[in-house]
Design a protein around this ligand. Structure first.
Ligand SMILES: [Zn+2]
Length: 153
């Protein structure tokens, strides 16, 4: 087999939605595929099981994901708002607007586990880009694996 064989680059949106490793877009970031197993929702693999990319780049690497979950939540609201507007409509004379608020809030809550995972995948994508050389190329090294240097500041 030729090592140089052409392989297809998996779609970015699809791999983010499925929280795949952002370097190879093939390995799972999370140990349990189902985000609704709530005890394990945020349990991650230390490394990508496919390409070996470290997934926790430094201690507390994923603290910044709050902003991204917030952005995703706003996006969900905008989408349900327009869907509701088109399919059901809003009126000042009945309670449709309040139904939308209630259903939207419920939906946000129900979507929380996958949204939290997607936020981490989006966050990782800022630091670890897709590599066509994922089979053999260099991984992006974790920033502070070396405990000796951790306190040298
Ligand atoms: Zn990978």
């Amino acid at each position: 087999m030729d090592v140089q064989q052409h392989d297809e680059k998996p779609n970015l949106i699809f791999s983010l939605l499925n929280s795949k490793c952002t370097r190879c877009r093939r390995g799972d970031m999370f140990r349990d595929k189902n985000p609704y197993h709530l005890r394990k929702t945020m349990k991650m693999n230390d490394q990508c099981p496919v390409c070996g990319q470290p997934l926790e780049m430094e201690p507390g690497f994923y603290y910044g994901t709050n902003m991204i979950s917030y952005g995703l939540a706003v996006m969900v609201c905008i989408i349900t708002f327009f869907l509701w507007w088109i399919l059901i409509g809003f009126s000042l004379h009945d309670s449709r607007f309040f139904w939308w608020i209630g259903i939207n809030a419920f939906l946000l809550l129900a979507l929380q586990p996958p949204l939290m995972r997607i936020s981490r995948a989006v966050w990782l994508a800022f630091f670890v880009k897709y590599s066509p050389e994922w089979r053999k190329g260099e991984i992006v090294a974790a920033y502070s694996v070396n405990k000796e240097h951790q306190n040298n500041w």
